[in-house]
Design a protein around this ligand. Structure first.
Ligand code: ATP
Ligand code: MG
Length: 140
């Protein structure tokens, strides 16, 4: 089964984030697919807020991973866009993050194609217009 969300404006992301967290159930590894500017980071900010993160969520492009604390949850936000090789992910100890019980929100998972976990939530975000987005989630 998949979850199909049509977002007409950024103001609808908060409700969509809660729906996605409910749909994820026990799955805490979320892989985000979508072009540059599709809205991955923006949606992840809403997901963090839904989990009770009060710190500001910024793209971890230069640090690869940022850590946040929500209500009873740890959240790791990865952006692998600038990864030069998959061995860099090994060096940062990616497995410890993936196989913890924290939420892992991952941008540009294509960069670690050989290291992906067996099961995860796949989220595809597509820009329909300047403010509208199609978000499709499925359990893999
Ligand atoms: P990158 O691959 O470069 O990291 P990204 O997918 O993370 O890109 P964002 O940094 O989230 O993309 O940028 C999305 C842009 O689209 C932001 O400027 C945001 O304000 C805008 N936007 C407009 N409407 C929406 C929407 N409904 N959902 C998400 N973003 C939206
Ligand atoms: Mg981003």
């Amino acid at each position: 089964p998949s979850l199909n969300l049509q977002i007409d404006s950024i103001t609808e992301l908060a409700a969509a984030a809660q729906q996605l967290i409910d749909f994820a159930a026990n799955q805490r590894i979320f892989l985000f697919f979508g072009d540059m500017g599709a809205g991955k980071t923006t949606f992840i900010k809403s997901l963090c807020e839904a989990l009770g993160v009060t710190e500001s969520v910024t793209s971890p492009t230069f640090s690869i991973v940022n850590e946040y604390r929500g209500h009873g949850h740890t959240v790791y936000h990865f952006d692998f866009y600038r990864l030069k090789s998959q061995s860099e992910a090994f060096d940062m100890g990616y497995e410890e993050y993936f196989y913890s019980d924290a939420y892992c929100f991952i941008e540009w998972p294509e960069k670690i194609a050989d290291l992906l976990p067996e099961r995860y939530l796949k989220i595809s975000i597509k820009a329909i217009s300047e403010s509208a987005r199609e978000i499709i989630a499925e359990h893999i």
